[in-house]
Design a binder for this molecule. Structure first.
Ligand code: AMP
Length: 315
């Protein structure tokens, strides 16, 4: 692929994850073979905060060139995206229940992902921020091993699918990361604890110093040791398609941290709010449609809405 960037600034971000086709069914309708994938949502969300973005993934030659062109236009470097001739892209199909907070996976076709061996371009290898999006833990580990030195911050997203089929490999990856983002059910599955406070203690011992437990429409909790921060989700009149909300959250979260370069607990609290704000846009339309047309002023406005939502004076 053609090289577009020669140098990396100090706060560069590398994202690995799926770039995919999704078929989504919600109570509001069905979208067939629309653009999805964890890395797509993460990179797009992060592109509203930083322009030093580098993606690692694989697609087949069925993936539309104009969509790749769009990602490049948003400043996302695709040198690490392999395009496999004659093969099919990762495909996922899911159906949401009426509450829109839970879903069933109908199909997961790994296709190109089945034997993907990520190869990081040389100028990705000294990135300061590494976002390991939802993908096989083996591939996530291969990316970690190719980094020249340990990034300032490594964030891992995963899901119950990989806990079911690859728990030992996932536990090896967990030892290498600073932040884990998972939902509440996954935190319970990973830790064997029902209480999220106890689950966080168990998960800290597995490696991540920081843990973000996402609770869908009920927000997210950030843990670091005994410290906790709760961010609500913005109550929305309409949720159209929750697909990608978790990844969009992660993209806003790490994008904000890469932009500010500050990985303190206090700054992570803000990053959680920025991630939540981005996720609140994602769910307003199918696929990446809403994220494609966001404006910076809308993001600021939404962060202010979050502020008003939780601000109160204790007498
Ligand atoms: P989210 O709603 O944030 O959990 O992310 C949904 C996106 O994750 C979809 O666009 C899918 O293409 C992608 N996805 C679904 N299942 C997997 C999986 N097992 N591994 C990697 N990506 C997946």
């Amino acid at each position: 692929m053609c090289r577009t960037k020669k140098t990396q600034s100090i706060m560069s971000l590398v994202t690995v994850g799926t770039v995919a086709f999704d078929t989504i069914e919600t109570p509001f309708g069905k979208a067939e073979r629309v653009i999805g994938g964890a890395a797509t949502y993460i990179s797009l969300a992060a592109s509203y905060f930083t322009k030093d973005l580098n993606l690692v993934s694989v697609v087949g030659d069925d993936f539309p060139e104009e969509e790749l062109q769009y990602l490049r236009k948003r400043g996302i470097n695709l040198d690490g995206l392999e395009i496999k001739a004659g093969e099919k892209s990762f495909f996922w199909a899911g159906r949401y229940h009426n509450d829109m907070n839970s879903r069933d996976t109908l199909t997961t076709e790994l296709n190109v992902l089945a034997d993907f061996k990520p190869k990081l371009p040389a100028d990705y290898r000294d990135a300061k921020f590494l976002m390991l999006g939802n993908l096989t833990p083996e591939i996530q580990m291969k990316v970690i091993r190719q980094m020249k030195k340990q990034p300032k911050l490594t964030v891992l997203a995963t899901m119950n699918f990989w806990m079911d089929v690859a728990m030992p490999a996932l536990k090896r990856v967990l030892k290498k990361v600073d932040v884990l983002t998972i939902n509440d059910e996954e935190a319970r599955q990973l830790s064997g604890e029902y209480s999220l406070v106890k689950a966080a203690r168990v998960i800290h011992k597995m490696g991540p110093k920081f843990l973000v437990i996402k609770k869908g429409e009920h927000g997210a909790i950030l843990f670091q040791g005994d410290k906790m921060f709760y961010a609500p989700a913005l109550p929305l009149a309409e949720v159209f398609d929750p697909t990608g909300a978790g990844d969009t959250f992660a993209g806003g979260f790490i994008g904000y941290l890469a932009k500010t370069g500050n990985i303190s607990f206090e700054n992570m609290k803000r990053a959680v709010i920025y991630g939540s704000a981005m996720a609140s846009f994602c769910v307003e339309e199918f696929s990446i449609s809403r994220l494609k047309k966001l404006r910076a002023a809308e993001i600021r406005g939404r962060v202010n809405q979050f502020h008003r939502l939780v601000k109160f004076t204790a007498k």
